[in-house]
Design a protein. Structure first.
Length: 282
């Protein structure tokens, strides 16, 4: 054994003998703890920058648009706040009748991260389409709500589709749907209307947290439990879609670099307990 490995050093404030190996181990432990504490402080500082879009009390800042009704008409109180939750509720409906709803936030955004906590509850409303069972969505880069036609079912947008399991079968969430739009996936123009993510299935009434990172028109990522489950680039208007054509004719750019955010109502009751946004640098 070499002298440097065996030679003891004596701590000035104690009579205990500490070997060099013990000294280095303790130094690394303290340094590591400091690094972890610094990282946690950074995370805490970032968390403080999240902006709550839903205040837990009322629908201030949000405006509903339901198919067949004027902007701002919250038909049969489809969207409401109860017990601190933003709820999509159909207890006053006799039949769904194609009354698709979208609740728009007042501001538009370009570069941001949005975090949503949601769960599906209860039974689907009579008359709702089969595909809408435990189905909702967070709509990104939406057209302006006032530009929607009265009978238009969905805003031209990028939809992060939220799905719940049926208790048996595999059914991913944080999928992609593209009303009036296309994206580029794996370097190629992607035109299918809906695309599954790689997420697991969430059965029952459990709360699920989804995050979406939006970088203008350059990239969009869907994340669950901190893991990317879907990623694509260049969201753009579909020039073969009638609603998108109207926007293009009015001068809208083909690439979608910004837009409004809305929460979907598609016939199955759903609850949101958190909707918050973290602005990002362009």
């Amino acid at each position: 054994m070499t002298p440097s490995a065996a030679a003891p050093s004596r701590c000035a404030s104690s009579n205990r003998v500490v070997t060099r190996r013990q000294f280095l181990a303790r130094t690394l432990l303290v340094t590591g703890a400091g690094w972890v504490a610094g990282r946690n402080r950074l995370r805490a500082a970032v968390d403080e920058d999240w902006i709550p879009l839903f205040n837990g009390k009322n629908l201030d800042g949000w405006t509903p648009k339901i198919t067949g009704f004027d902007l701002g008409d919250n038909h049969l109180d489809t969207y409401r706040v109860e017990n601190g939750l933003l709820r999509v509720v159909y207890d006053r409906y006799e039949k769904f009748d194609g009354k698709f709803g979208h609740l728009f936030y007042k501001d538009k955004f370009s570069h941001y991260r949005i975090r949503v906590e949601y769960r599906f509850v209860g039974q689907q409303t009579p008359g709702g389409p089969g595909w809408a069972f435990r189905n909702s969505g967070v709509m990104l880069h939406c057209q302006a709500p006032e530009s929607m036609a009265k009978k238009q079912e969905f805003p031209v947008s990028i939809e992060v589709q939220l799905l719940g399991g049926d208790g048996t079968n595999k059914r991913s969430t944080a999928n992609l749907c593209t009303p009036g739009t296309h994206v580029v996936l794996n370097g190629k123009l992607h035109t299918p209307h809906c695309t599954d993510s790689t997420s697991k299935t969430y059965h029952g009434d459990q709360w699920v947290t989804v995050e979406i990172e939006v970088q203008g028109h350059s990239r969009i990522r869907h994340l669950i439990e901190g893991q990317t489950v879907l990623e694509y680039t260049e969201p753009q208007l579909d020039d073969a879609d009638a609603d998108a054509k109207r926007l293009l004719a009015a001068g809208a750019p083909k690439l979608l670099g910004e837009g409004w955010i809305s929460l979907q109502a598609e016939s199955h009751p759903v609850e949101f307990r958190k909707v918050e946004l973290l602005p990002l640098k362009a």
